[in-house]
Ligand binder design. Structure first.
Ligand code: SF4
Ligand code: SF4
Length: 182
């Protein structure tokens, strides 16, 4: 057994019944993560996407979760109130099967980071901008096993290596480092 440590678990509760599909959460998230911060709005860069099925009368906010280099072998279908939803519809993963949760220019995976910043926001921005109160922020303390966090830069590099191959990435890094030193 590893060491125990205290961890703040951050949760956003989603009340699907209250979501009206306004997409303010997408705009707020993409602005917060723009460079420079708040410099642009592009929902394709948002780490929350609202799955919109007008014929089935539903809007479901889905948060970007983990990156996975492989498509999953099985797919899930959901039936809610007697209506069946597509495979992958509510999945949080950034994966090769679809364009969702990928930075549109680079193709790098996007993941919700709960608006980590310094100083911390009082509440994540998508929660602040959800005027319908469909999103509620909660924090609690839990005792967990010490875990090795995979750094964001490592996840990004893994995705690039999957896409272009190790040799190409190493060549590019070598070329950039030469030009930076010159
Ligand atoms: S918590 Fe922050 S990073 Fe996550 S989806 Fe909301 S605005 Fe985006
Ligand atoms: S801001 Fe709130 S109501 Fe609007 S789409 Fe996002 S979750 Fe739904």
């Amino acid at each position: 057994m590893g060491e125990k440590k205290k961890k703040i678990v951050k949760t956003i509760k989603v009340d699907v019944d209250k979501c009206n599909g306004c997409r303010a959460c997408e705009a707020a998230c993409s602005a917060f993560h723009a460079t420079p911060r708040y410099g642009s709005i592009n929902p394709a860069r948002s780490r929350i996407r609202v799955i919109h099925e007008p014929l089935k009368d539903i809007y479901i906010p889905v948060y970007a979760g983990e990156y996975t280099p492989a498509e999953c072998m099985g797919r899930d279908k959901y039936t809610i109130d007697g209506k069946e939803y597509d495979e992958c519809a509510f999945c949080r993963a950034s994966c090769p099967s679809r364009d969702l949760f990928k930075e549109p220019d680079s193709g790098l995976p996007l993941k919700c980071d709960m608006c980590e910043s310094d100083p911390d926001l009082e509440e994540p921005l998508c929660v602040q901008w959800c005027l319908a109160d469909a999103l509620t922020y909660e924090e609690r303390e839990e005792e967990v096993e010490e875990e090795v966090q995979q750094e964001e830069i490592e996840i990004g590099l893994e995705a690039l290596i999957d896409k272009y191959g190790m040799d190409k990435i190493m060549d590019t890094v070598a070329r950039i480092s030469v030009s930076k030193k010159a």
